[in-house]
Every structure is written in structure tokens, then in C-alpha cells.
Write a protein that binds this ligand. Structure first.
Ligand SMILES: [Zn+2]
Length: 293
């Protein structure tokens, strides 16, 4: 079984009918949706992505990558790119994702996307969204929602009690203090998006001793980084994910589901380990129970 643990529901880029057709064609059985948090974005040139990836792979050059990131956020908290300004939504569109889950409960589950900085009471938000069927955990984005991760502690306290996983796109410095989180909440199931962006190797070594997992999604990483993450952390801590519909366009400029699947298929690991990356790690973390499609 193949389960995409990290995909954005963005019908303005990939509509429902096209999405279903592509999933069928690519043999992706299930998708864990992430509600939209931003205006649709243009593709980022690989040369730029590759450069920033490189800067983030060392503690010495990572501050340069952080400076580049800070320059892309304007005073209103929106993204400022060469091609224009793109809104970041303080409150992501959870309702649309859960509508799709309701329509296709065997194909889709969803993360509830929460933002402690924009909410009067994020614990109430958690209670609201976890009552929706198909809710498998919480997505958090301190990198773009621009808050320090200590703001998440009350939420993590409750999620740890509930056994709910957190999929978190870590930010730089105190906006991605995975050490403090793991030490304060040792039983919290934390999945660091994009192989631990922006820390990568520095996080993998620490993660082996803690309850930390990674997804292997997005051109924030490449095939070499995905392999290295699996080698250091072990296949049992890595999850297949895409970041669709962002990155990896096919010849029709639409999302290419074969790219990251190929990374996993070509990895020098056993078939059982590939199965773990493709689905069983996700199922164990989310305790999701599916009936066959
Ligand atoms: Zn993403």
C-alpha cells in the first residue's frame, strides 16, 4: 500500500477530478491532506532550491539560509517573491479538506492545521477538528506562521495525552526547537516535515534517541538527502510524502507523482523497509484504520 503522508489540498492548482485521476494512475492508495495555508505559489527554480538546501546542511551556513527566508516574509506575514506577493493565511482552510475526506473517506484522511499565534484558544481548535472523522493529527508551520515553538507546549501536552501525531514544518532557531519539544514531551509523536528542514543531519542524529520521525516530501530535499535520512534515522522513522501539488511538475506542468516514489523504490533497503516507508510507519503513527478501497 502507498500512503502519501504530506500533500496539500489545493484545488486551485490540482482539482478534485484531476487529483483522483493522478492518484489512480500513480497507484497512490491514500492521501493525508494538509489544508491550504497560502495562495497558490509558482514553481521555485531548482537552482535556487538546490542552493538553499546546500546552505542549510551546515550550522555555519544555515544563518544565510535564514536571512534569505526572512527576506521573503513581509511585515504583514505574507510571502514576497520575485513573482509577486502571496498571502499566508493565519487560519488555514481546514473545512475544505475535511469536506473532501467526507466525500472520499477511503481515499483521504486529513491533518487539522492549527496556528497558536492566530487563535484565541488553540486547544479549543484541537477539540473542534479532532471530532471530524478522518482527522489523523495536527499540522503546524512555525516557519511561515512565524512563531517560536514554545507557543506549542500547551497543545503538545494535550496531543501527547491523546496520542495524536504532530506534523511540523520546523523553522530556524527557536521557531524549530525540536530538542526542547522532544525533551519536554518525550511521548509526543513528532514528524518533522521535509526530512527535518532546515536542520537535516543535525536533527537526524538527535532524532534517533527521541520520538521523532520525518517525511521525505518536497524539493526541500533531494534523492541524496532522502537516502541519507533513511540511512541515519532508519527506515522505521521515515515516511513517504510528496508535498503535492508543489514541486516536481510533469510535462503538462501538473504534479508528477512518480518523482518521490522513485526515490523510495530505488533505495538500497529491503522490501519490508520500503513498505514501512510507504505505509506501515504512517499507519502505526496515526493508528489509522482503513477498509480496502
Ligand atoms: Zn508541505
Amino acid at each position: 500500500m502507498i500512503i502519501d503522508s504530506h500533500a496539500h489540498f489545493e484545488p486551485r492548482m490540482l482539482g478534485e477530478a484531476d487529483l483522483l485521476r493522478k492518484l489512480d494512475a500513480a497507484g497512490v492508495d491514500k492521501v493525508a491532506l494538509i489544508p491550504a495555508m497560502n495562495d497558490p505559489l509558482p514553481p521555485v527554480p531548482e537552482i535556487l532550491l538546490g542552493g538553499v538546501r546546500l546552505l542549510m546542511q551546515s550550522g555555519f551556513t544555515r544563518p544565510l539560509a535564514e536571512l534569505i527566508h526572512r527576506a521573503t516574509l513581509n511585515a504583514e506575514g505574507n510571502l514576497r517573491l520575485a513573482s509577486g506577493e502571496y498571502k499566508i493565511y493565519p487560519q488555514p482552510d481546514n473545512a475544505s479538506s475535511f469536506d473532501l475526506v467526507k466525500k472520499y473517506p477511503q481515499r483521504f484522511v486529513s491533518w487539522a492545521f492549527l496556528n497558536p499565534r492566530a487563535s484565541a484558544n488553540v486547544l479549543d481548535d484541537l477539540e473542534k477538528w479532532r471530532s471530524y472523522s478522518g482527522m489523523i493529527g495536527v499540522k503546524l508551520h512555525p516557519h511561515w506562521h512565524d512563531y517560536t515553538t514554545d507557543l506549542l507546549f500547551p497543545l503538545f501536552e494535550r496531543m501527547q495525552q491523546l496520542g495524536l501525531p504532530a506534523l511540523i514544518h520546523l523553522g530556524f532557531g527557536k521557531r524549530g526547537d525540536y530538542r526542547a519539544i522532544a525533551e519536554k514531551f518525550p511521548r509526543l509523536k513528532m514528524i518533522a516535515a521535509h526530512a527535518g528542514f532546515p536542520f537535516y543531519q543535525d536533527m537526524w542524529n538527535f532524532a534517533r534517541q527521541h520520538n521523532i520521525y520525518v517525511d521525505l516530501s518536497s524539493p526541500y530535499i533531494d534523492e541524496n538527502l532522502a537516502r541519507a535520512a533513511v540511512k541515519v534515522m532508519g527506515a522505521e522513522r521515515c515516511l513517504y510524502g510528496t508535498d503535492a501539488p508543489y514541486g516536481f511538475a510533469d510535462e503538462n506542468h501538473s504534479y508528477d507523482y512518480t518523482a518521490i516514489r522513485g526515490w523510495v523504490e530505488r533505495m538500497p533497503v529491503s522490501p519490508a523497509q520500503k513498505e514501512a516507508i510507504f505505509s506501515t510507519n504512517f499507519l502505526a503513527l496515526t493508528q489509522a484504520k482503513y477498509s480496502p478501497t
